[in-house]
Design a protein around this ligand. Structure first.
Ligand code: SF4
Length: 238
């Protein structure tokens, strides 16, 4: 992975608060394993019990959209992921995505599903992380978003226990998600390290999740977070 410096923004330019930018391997979803340039925006209105990017809630510095596009061009990776935190919490995120698409990048966005995705540039591939009950944030899911998903998008469920699994299964059926998007992803929640900002999730064994999926013949794509296998799970900028 290559961590890149965050420079201060020029006064008056369109800016976003950026937590980190880095060039690494995409760890999740249908593009797992591909080199990817990541732009992580600061801030999130949610507090999922198993959140692994709590450092993005407050840390960050302003940066112009123009300089972010220039940085993506300089790195030269055709795949760019805009992530967070919750990237849609900053309105100028829409402008950033539009500018990256105009510059010819394949742009993906990981979003919580709690904020309206409809104003996003339609060229952007959405990876919507629907929150299960054990996250403590399932009441924040904005279900009207489902109607805006298309066959290029992905839906992800992070599963922390059997209750989450059953809940996700029911939502998949209720919203015909398998027919609506390119992939329905399921991953087991990681145990929160001691001293984490949000203490809650004890995590779930990936083997248990695999056994449940196989027993049900569920048409999902189970995934691990590849970057946490390549590097130490606590490493930032990967
Ligand atoms: S939406 Fe994402 S960044 Fe926000 S608390 Fe949940 S996992 Fe963390």
């Amino acid at each position: 992975m290559t961590a890149l410096s965050i420079q201060q923004a020029e006064p008056g330019a369109a800016t976003l608060r950026i937590n980190e930018i880095f060039h690494s391997i995409q760890g999740e979803g249908l593009r797992a394993g591909e080199p990817c340039f990541f732009i992580r925006l600061s801030g999130c209105p949610l507090r999922c019990t198993w959140c692994d990017t709590a450092y993005a809630f407050r840390e960050g510095a302003p940066r112009t959209i123009e300089s972010l596009v220039q940085e993506a061009r300089r790195v030269g990776c055709p795949l760019v992921q805009v992530t967070g935190g919750e990237p849609l919490a900053q309105k100028s995120c829409l402008t950033l995505v539009h500018a990256l698409c105009d510059a010819g990048f394949t742009v993906t966005m990981e979003t919580s599903g709690a904020l309206d995705i409809s104003p996003l540039d339609p060229r952007c591939i959405r990876i919507m992380d629907l929150k299960c009950p054990a996250s403590g944030e399932s009441h924040r899911n904005l279900w009207s978003n489902v109607a805006h998903l298309c066959r290029r998008d992905e839906v992800k469920f992070v599963i922390a226990d059997r209750g989450d699994y059953e809940w996700a299964k029911a939502r998949m059926k209720e919203h015909a998600l398998v027919d609506r998007v390119a992939a329905v992803l399921m991953s087991a929640a990681w145990e929160q390290p001691r001293g984490a900002e949000i203490a809650g999730s004890a995590g779930l064994s990936a083997r248990d999740l695999a056994a449940w999926i196989l027993a049900d013949g569920l048409p999902v794509r189970m995934q691990t977070q590849l970057h946490k296998i390549i590097w130490d799970p606590q490493t930032r900028g990967v």
